[in-house]
Design a protein around this ligand. Structure first.
Ligand SMILES: Nc1ncnc2c1ncn2[C@@H]1O[C@H](COP(=O)(O)OP(=O)(O)OP(=O)(O)O)[C@@H](O)[C@H]1O
Ligand SMILES: [Mg+2]
Length: 249
């Protein structure tokens, strides 16, 4: 489904991604763990075309979305189209404060699919909010919602554009501990529906439970990867062991 090959990205003198390569199957869940500053967010931003990699390739279902060797100049319109393959749920929800929960979900489909029936989009929005357990909150504005509820609206909003791959960047790290459960529950249910997902997370226990495959990153490189049993339960690399020890404390 997704193949990333030798992806590199620097900001000025700082090399943030150094030849990052991995691939994932359709319907699988990939967890990315790693210490602060290791390049996890940058990797997700590159996949979502919010950041342009310096080199490497990104291939989705046989379709080359990015090839650093080509140095092609992509138009804003092309980039926007590529971006639609991926959905991104941010750490801080990033909802539009002036819109209700339902409007947050329906806004992008309304703008992008001009020909589509408004009622149909509205029904889809209500269905998605119901799916994340917010059927009673559709007309609330973000400031009237808890962090966990806002994050669930953000997930429904990302799903509304029917991405091939849904990416989460530490979806629970801005939440009080008692609210993380409801968000993890939604991610778990998406997992059961075979949504293809990449989850950057500090919740090591959750990663072990939900992911098919785990990547541990440090300083812009993939240090270790494999099944959760391999990487989390029986890490072979010194850096992975040290990282996990710190997080298990
Ligand atoms: N736009 C930018 N300009 C300059 N440096 C940046 C930029 N974005 C990220 N960096 C740097 O790239 C490195 C990796 O950052 P990144 O946000 O990808 O790490 P991360 O693994 O997501 O960390 P965290 O766990 O704290 O979220 C950091 O050293 C950061 O300062
Ligand atoms: Mg980050």
């Amino acid at each position: 489904m997704l193949k990333v090959d030798k992806l590199c990205k620097s900001f000025g003198q700082t090399q943030v991604l150094r030849e990052v390569s991995f691939s994932m199957e359709k319907g699988s869940c990939l967890a990315i763990i790693g210490s602060s500053g290791s390049g996890k967010t940058t990797l997700l931003r590159c996949l979502n075309f919010l950041e342009q990699p310096d080199s490497g390739t990104i291939t989705l279902a046989g379709d080359t979305l990015f090839d650093g060797a080509l140095r092609q100049k992509t138009t804003e319109k092309e980039t926007r189209k590529k971006r639609l393959h991926f959905g991104l749920v941010f750490q801080n929800f990033n909802l539009f404060p002036q819109y209700t929960a339902l409007q947050n979900v329906t806004l992008a489909p309304t703008l992008l699919e001009k020909g589509r029936d408004k009622n149909e989009i509205c029904e889809m929005g209500m269905r998605l909010l119901k799916q994340v357990g917010l059927e009673n909150r559709m007309d609330n504005y973000p400031h009237q919602l808890s962090g966990g509820q806002q994050q669930r609206v953000a997930i429904a909003r990302a799903l509304a554009l029917e991405p091939d791959i849904l990416c989460f960047d530490e979806p629970t790290s801005a939440l009080d501990p008692e609210l993380t459960g409801e968000v993890l529950k939604v991610i778990r249910s998406l997992r059961q529906q075979n949504m293809t997902m990449i989850v950057v997370t500090h919740e090591i226990r959750f990663a072990r439970e939900v992911a098919d495959y785990v990547i541990f990153m440090d300083d812009g490189v993939i240090v270790e990867e494999g099944t959760p049993q391999q990487v989390i339960d029986a890490p072979r690399q010194e850096r992975t062991v040290r990282f996990l020890e710190r997080y298990m404390e």
